[in-house]
Design a protein around this ligand. Structure first.
Ligand code: PMP
Length: 412
């Protein structure tokens, strides 16, 4: 199944060839995955057999990329200047535009030398970890949290240390608990606000307390994953560790175009970090992808600088779906679902049904045709919860939650 996701439809005859055993490098056993893609592949396979599936599993906007960005991409690809290798760290004037954007949105000075353009935002975490972590180092990461953190930390040879995010704290990190996990081996702390899978937003005072605590630990880096920062609702405010001068030189910002601009397939992201680390990350770029696609970078600048009305309109539609899905979930006896303040996920508590959340998610897929994820796909602390993405139409949300309700009613 993974092969189908990774490579597209796999040629059956090729797969029946007899191959000698595959002797993999040991490090491959430390690599995890993103369960959302596996569930998507299984859901698609069921669809191919004629089964009706409601997709609430995958974390990408269901909207097309706004027209003005597509137009900019088309123009950029027609310009021969964008047909060749570019500098590993990114096109200089694109880095400059991103530095401006970061300065304006994080209320902080930012130099283009601190910006590295990468294909998607995932490489920011991968490269930062490869550049900084040694075997035996510890990295404190959110649980439940984006599964690639744990995977990448383990792959790099370091040790993931889970910081439980608790429902009674609205799934925001508790500064005291997080800081209590620090040991002499701690080299990095990962924050993700708004967070995947819970949609939780870290309150500014909690961020301040974490930064204050880290002042006494000058060897610890802070990786702040702000990929969902534009998708924030109600009176919640986004606060970025990058804005705090006390930790600025040890902060690595991860951001990109995938979520806010509905550009997951374009693969465009950026990191902001001190210039000497940016140079080292550029060396990893040279050794892996050479550079980020030049015309995609050009379209990215237009996305940042153009009329933001289509982006706000997408956000408003997400907001309506958010309110509706939470209402529908709370109407199911035995389910409680907090109203998340960011991203496009809800994380309902289904522990009252007495089944592991993996089994509930499996039943939902197989028996009701609702693709969603078990909370445990995001860490042990996700047991008792499901993650549903509301990057789906209101009609599909209604149908999906209606079907889920039938399954859950049978379990009571
Ligand atoms: N961080 C988080 C928390 C995410 O949820 C995702 C995507 N699911 C990413 C990073 C990676 O995004 P991109 O597509 O830009 O690589």
């Amino acid at each position: 199944m993974f092969l189908e996701y990774a490579f597209g439809p796999v040629s059956r005859p090729a797969m029946t060839r007899l191959l000698p055993p595959l002797e993999l490098a040991g490090r491959m056993s430390r690599l995890g995955t993103e369960n959302a893609f596996e569930v998507l592949a299984r859901a698609k396979a069921l669809e191919a057999q004629g089964k009706s599936i409601i997709h609430l599993e995958i974390g990408e906007p269901d909207f097309p990329t706004p027209d003005f960005i597509v137009e900019a991409g088309l123009q950029a690809i027609q310009d021969e200047a964008n047909h060749h290798y570019g500098p590993a760290a990114g096109v200089p004037d694109v880095r400059e535009a991103v530095a401006h954007h970061v300065a304006a949105t994080r209320n902080v000075e930012c130099s283009p030398l601190e910006v590295v353009m990468v294909p998607g935002s995932k490489p920011v975490m991968f490269y930062a970890m490869l550049a900084l972590l040694e075997e035996g180092d510890e990295v404190i990461l959110p649980d439940p949290g984006y599964p690639i953190y744990e995977s990448m930390v383990s792959f790099s040879g370091a040790k993931p240390i889970s910081c439980p995010l608790r429902s009674e704290n609205n799934f925001a990190a508790d500064p005291e608990e997080l800081l209590s996990l620090i040991t002499p081996a701690t080299r990095m702390v990962i924050l993700n606000s708004p967070g995947n899978p819970t949609g939780a937003v870290l309150p500014p005072e909690s961020l301040d307390a974490i930064v204050e605590g880290l002042r006494n630990h000058p060897r610890i880096w802070l990786l702040t994953d702000e990929i969902y920062w534009r998708l924030i609702f109600d009176d919640a405010v986004h606060s970025s560790a990058l804005s705090n001068p006390d930790i600025r030189e040890r902060t690595i910002l991860l951001d990109g175009w995938s979520k806010a601009y509905a550009m997951t397939g374009w693969r465009l992201g950026f990191g902001v970090m001190r210039p000497d680390l940016a140079e080292q990350v550029s060396r990893l770029m040279i050794n892996s992808t050479s550079c980020t696609t030049t015309f995609v970078q050009r379209a990215g600048v237009v996305a940042l600088e153009g009329d933001q009305a289509p982006i706000e309109a997408m956000k408003e539609r997400f907001n309506r779906r958010r309110l509706h899905i939470v209402k529908l979930l709370n109407e199911i006896p035995g389910v409680t679902c907090a109203l998340p303040q960011g991203a496009f996920y809800v994380f309902p508590d289904v522990s009252s049904f007495g089944l592991p959340s993996g089994e509930i998610a499996e039943k939902a897929l197989q028996e009701a045709g609702v693709a969603c994820l078990a909370g445990t796909s995001f860490g042990k602390a996700g047991e008792g919860f499901l993650r549903l993405s509301y990057a789906a139409s209101l009609a599909n949300i209604e149908e999906g939650i209606g079907r889920l309700r039938v399954i859950l009613d049978e379990l009571r």
